[in-house]
Write a protein that binds this ligand. Structure first.
Ligand SMILES: NC(=O)C[C@H](N)C(=O)O
Length: 322
């Protein structure tokens, strides 16, 4: 039988709805009865590591979590790990773990959209599915996975797409890489690229700004006047920004502060297609770094990680094309 660590961090999966219909954290984790029922599936050990709503999660807590997983993996001879997490920032924690954990051990992050005492609570089912995936030989070497609603997603591509529906986690453009059914765990795709960075701290400040029609440079100037080490811009479409922000972005690049471009579109990548003022081609010429389909919140974490290793713009560009 596989030895699986279930490490709790909190989130709705560990919460309860009160009589007024408000959802709140619980002192005792409501997943204990589900965990007892897992004894025929795996040999499970539990770590009640944190009990926080995921909007309280920070990059520094994520780094501590990665260290905790490394300690547990080496001291407990684990075959797999399941992390329970609130869904609001789940994709960020999962992606950061994916960038930091350089191993083939399955790590599966799961959560729930309905709290433990709500009708149709999805937490117990998601937890069982996550343990089944973490126990599967075919989950080895696929990076950090996100399992909810019977689907297996990569940490790199998954995102929360709906504020309340239980089918909220999707991988735009790529889809899930596997499914969980009553009969088994089935992978139908394998991720082609894995990247790992052996970083133990995150000391850089990276901001994320979204473009909008009529945006001017005031907000960029305001952010540039704080001590940022990098900026992610969620641009329009294929990677275009309003002309009014070009000067402020150029000034940042001249100060050697990397400006990284993602698209505010749900799918697709940014490219140096348009040569009008504010277009992707001009941004490229000014030294803006282009990404390869990451969303803004994940590009921010990736820049925080890689800035611990390099500030060289050519190396950063190579890393963001991966
Ligand atoms: N479904 C959830 O878990 C949402 C909750 N606000 C959290 O992220 O902690």
């Amino acid at each position: 039988m596989k030895k699986i660590l279930i490490l709790h961090t909190g989130g709705t999966i560990a919460m309860q709805e009160n009589e007024q219909g408000a959802v709140q954290p619980n002192l005792i984790n409501p997943l204990y009865s589900t965990i007892e029922s897992l004894s025929t599936l795996a040999s499970v050990i539990v770590d009640d590591y944190l009990n926080i709503p995921s909007p309280h999660m920070t990059p520094s807590l994520m780094i501590d979590l990665a260290e905790r997983l490394k300690e547990r993996a080496s001291s407990d001879q684990l075959d797999g790990i399941v992390v329970t997490h609130g869904t609001d920032t789940l994709e960020e924690t999962a992606y950061l773990l994916d960038l930091l954990l350089d191993w083939d051990l399955p790590v599966v992050v799961t959560g729930a959209m309905r709290s433990s005492n709500e009708l149709g609570a999805d937490g117990p089912h998601n937890l069982i599915s996550a343990v089944r995936v973490a126990s599967s030989d075919s989950a080895c070497g696929k990076g950090v996975l996100v399992v909810l609603n019977d689907e297996i997603h990569t940490a790199k591509n998954v995102t929360k797409t709906h504020s309340s529906n239980i089918a909220t986690f999707q991988s735009p453009q790529y889809g899930p890489i596997g499914i969980v059914t009553k009969r088994g765990v089935f992978f139908h795709h394998t991720p082609s690229v894995r990247e790992c960075y052996p970083v133990k701290k995150l000391s850089k400040k990276v901001a994320l700004l979204k473009t909008y029609a009529g945006m001017d440079d005031t907000i960029i100037e305001a952010v540039a006047n704080t001590d940022i080490d990098g900026l992610i811009i969620e641009a329009f479409g294929q990677g275009n920004v309003p002309p009014q922000v070009m000067e402020a972005l150029t000034k940042l690049i001249e100060r050697k502060i990397p400006v990284v471009l993602v698209s505010r579109c749900f799918s697709g990548v940014v490219q140096d297609t348009y040569a009008y003022e504010g277009g992707g081609r001009i941004l490229k010429e000014r030294g803006v770094i282009f990404t390869n389909g990451l969303n803004g919140q994940k590009a921010r974490l990736k820049l925080m990680v890689v800035l611990e290793q390099t500030t060289d713009k050519y190396t950063l560009q190579e890393i963001f094309y991966k």
